[in-house]
Design a protein around this ligand. Structure first.
Ligand code: ZN
Length: 280
């Protein structure tokens, strides 16, 4: 007889429950482990990428700072190392008084005069003028101040005389007037009325003509006048600015610092003043 043992069904069997319990336990251990590994890795990756991000933000911040500095530099033109005040030597208002065709002298203009030889000048320029003259004499020259301060009446007389002379030479009135205007300032617009200007010639050549420029005195004066505060007021080739033809004999006091600047830069008083105003 075959002992047929009835096969016990697997589901519900002790083995089944054992496997079930073991599997459950295994899953309970495995799932959190796997999850924690996965999330751990993710968190690690996140923290790494966060660090990288922070680094990148820092770099970007630095780059932004650099860029904003550059933009600031671009927006604010590089600071001019020499500001107008440093660039332009200090000058008293009276020293750089502009008198020309378009800047006539005020009618009530007054000046305190002092004599230099047979001429008068503003009391404030007597000393530098005499020093300049005496230094020229020490070098063997014979300078002469042939014209200093002029009253409005004297300037008018000079102007009229010049026009009349040209009329006598056969020139028409308009031509004579404009010729005079280029040579002698129109009354009221002459620097001689300020007492700050002088005409200096060599005794050996007492003519206000083209040859005057070749005299020893004129050559010396153009080179050294600034050392005493004077400028050659009507230089060659600047007639369109000054309104007056080249006059190798006419010197104007502006003070040493301004004179040195003007003569060094071969400027006129008009250009010097224009530059100051443009930089203000
Ligand atoms: Zn003059």
């Amino acid at each position: 007889m075959v002992d047929r043992m009835e096969k016990e069904p697997f589901v519900g069997s002790v083995r089944f429950f054992k496997i079930l319990i073991l599997s459950t336990v295994a899953l309970l251990i495995l799932i959190p482990t796997v999850l924690s590994i996965v999330f751990g890795v993710k968190a690690f990756q996140l923290s790494v990428s966060n660090q990288e991000l922070e680094k990148k933000i820092l770099i970007l911040g630095e780059q932004l700072d650099e860029m904003s500095l550059k933009i600031e530099k671009l927006e604010q033109p590089e600071e001019v190392p020499e500001t107008p005040k440093e660039m332009f030597p200090e000058a008293e208002e009276w020293e750089i008084l502009l008198v020309n065709d378009s800047h006539p002298l005020q009618r009530n203009f007054e000046v305190e005069l002092e004599a230099v030889g047979s001429q008068c000048v503003d009391v404030r320029i007597r000393e530098p003028l005499e020093k300049m003259m005496s230094d020229m004499r020490l070098e063997g020259m014979r300078p002469l101040v042939c014209s200093g301060y002029r009253t409005l009446e004297r300037q008018t007389e000079l102007f009229r005389e010049y026009v009349e002379q040209k009329l006598k030479e056969g020139m028409g009135y308009d031509d004579a007037f404009y010729r005079a205007k280029n040579r002698i300032a129109v009354p009221g617009t002459s620097e001689h009325q300020t007492g700050l200007a002088v005409d200096i010639v060599g005794i050996s050549h007492q003519c206000l003509d083209d040859e005057q420029a070749d005299t020893e005195e004129a050559v010396w004066l153009e080179k050294h006048c600034a050392e005493y505060g004077f400028i050659l007021r009507y230089p060659k080739g600047k007639q369109d600015i000054t309104g007056i033809e080249y006059e190798s004999w006419h010197f104007r006091y502006v003070g040493i610092p301004a004179a040195v600047y003007i003569m060094e830069h071969q400027m006129t008083l008009e250009e010097y003043l224009e530059k100051i105003h443009s930089l203000e």
